[in-house]
Ligand binder design. Sequence first.
Ligand SMILES: [Zn+2]
Ligand SMILES: [Zn+2]
Length: 286
Amino acid sequence: MPSHNLAKIKIDDLEIIGYSVAAEETVIALPQLDVCFDVGKAPDQVISINNVLLSHGHIDHCSGIAYYLSHRNFNGQKPGTVLAPGNMIRPIQQILDAWGQLDGTQVPANLVGVKVGDEYQIKPNLFVRTFPTKHSRGSLGYTVIEKRKKLKSEYTELTGPQIVELKKQGVTIDYPVEIPIVTYFGDTQYAEFSQLDYVANSKILITECTFYEDEHIERADVGRHMHVKELAKLVRQMNNEHIIITHVTHRTSLAAAKKMLRETLDKRDVDKTIFLMGRHRTQARP
Ligand SMILES: [Zn+2]
Ligand SMILES: [Zn+2]
């Protein structure tokens, strides 16, 4: 039986599984892309995913890192690749070393420190690009981008053999295109994310929106989280087809959060949003 009951969303053929509640746990995986954004407490369903992309070092986003890596070893899988802001790599290695001492077995890992603007290849046509977020020192967001080659318009009418002939002659018949599939913010305040083309045009945007009530505006500011009023401003500037909302506070019931989101966002944007935990949590906690 899986360790967690994860939320599941399907957008076209793409499956998104995860769990995200502020201060409790955040882990969001797209198994078909072989990526997991943050690792929470390492639910069983994400262990076989080869790439974990950590947005920042808060414990609710990455406390499962040692378990994820060591359980892959236990299962005979290759060491997991963990992308993380450069300043997180040393402390992660120290955690793994400490667990190695306790466990009596070294925890194998492929740790990759990344900085703003870096790209990392995860499949032949699939890359991850990083960008800065406004949350904690070094915090990063990630966009998964498919890179393809497209035939130049002047050659689209040609037959296969004609194209082969042109290629033989050394003619460049295609040009590179980038298709941003999904962007993950991790935790962040509002920032001018729409200035990044690949973020603004990602088919799917996974964004935190922690707070909803007016009296929580200051709390959002102090914790460097997004308030629904900021989210409304942000998504108005974006072209994403689907917006998945994560990291909702315990302090507001999901039903109330949904209502306030509907009242605050433009109609066009409301229709694009879905709460990751939509079918999971309906009760407010004290
Ligand atoms: Zn968080
Ligand atoms: Zn955080």
